[in-house]
Design a protein around this ligand. Sequence first.
Ligand SMILES: [Zn+2]
Length: 428
Amino acid sequence: MHIQQCRIRGKEGLWELEISDGRFQKIRPQQAPAELATAVPADQIFARSDQDCINAQGRLLLPPFVEPHIHLDCVLTAGQPHYNMSGTLFEGISTWDEYKTQVPLEVAAIKDRARQALRLMAEYGVQFVRSHVDVTEASFKGVQALLELREELRGTMEIQLVAFPQNGILSTRGGKELMIRAMEMGVDCVGGIPHYEFSRDYGVDSLKFIFDLAEKYDAMVDVHCDEMDDEQSRYLEVLATEAWERGWGPRTVAAHTCAMGSYNDSYYNKLLRVLQASGIHFNACPTESIHLQGRTEPYPKRRGITRIKELSSAGLNVALGQDSIADPWYPIGTGNPLRVLDMGLHVGHLLGYQDISHALDFISVNGARNLCLGDQYGIMEGRPADFILLDAKDDYEALRFLSPVLLSVHNGKILAQKQPARAAVYDI
Ligand SMILES: [Zn+2]
């Protein structure tokens, strides 16, 4: 495959890329305009051929989007057995409990729903996904289904799985054994939910257990942490301290940390010390949190979103994820990371000029850091030929128009392509 006349995010001018054997072989400033006559223009439906020469016509090429936080076992279940009427996190959890008892989980059905969601995400440029999977569901059909899907899609779309104790580790009888079972089956990351455990002690003990498991299985850590408005929900300090003590920071993600939006600044500034010392990463889910949080209070209402702007300014890595696509917690969603980013930029006060120039990082390189993708990710000669081509000339245009992904290529093969919609407007 040969891509011509593209802009590469973060570089000046126009570039051309040569791809073969699944890797970027040559990335160089545009040199051969004579070949353009034979190239397929990027706004036409491409022939499905990995040998095509494509004229990007000045459009923006960047590494693929990363979905760092979703629950593939729950996607596309909204309304079953009923909708979440209060819109709270806790009614979401109890509705999921009802679903698990009333709709017997079947491996084939879970895989089918997850595949539908992954197809949507692929259409929007996602190639790397980290999914939580509920391990407090005793049949373990969700774990089995997603492990199978991870292997079936390896090389096409990359999936990491997190053992997620939806109902708590210590607050579920046999919870520790369920976590161990999931790790033994080959799940990639250890998850947790300390703020939902029965007591403060259980929450703290669950975090110590999570890191014990991570060390034993040499696994990454990704914990739902302080996903509530209670400013006394302070498990993040415990999580970061454990990560610091064990040298596990770069392999640790604190997800949500909504309570940080309620912490007083004095406590936050003290907390920052261990966050920076530990080097842990963060994940926020702005569409999910703006919907679920702030439900128990009168006006004025808090936003229930972690401090995306402040953490980023402090040099900490923050990625944005969607969490849900039509499930008991969040009834809508399309799989489009740009939609999540759009919400995050608004609720995070992140529409300054400098903010906009870095914004796409939240759904690309920052997510790649959370997933510890390392040399597997990035537009560089010799690396896997994974990229997307947006129907936009720069970051600003991509954000303004939530531009479609015209082409998504993974390991040098076309994963998805799209014909941009063009409207005709009259008499203005
Ligand atoms: Zn989640």
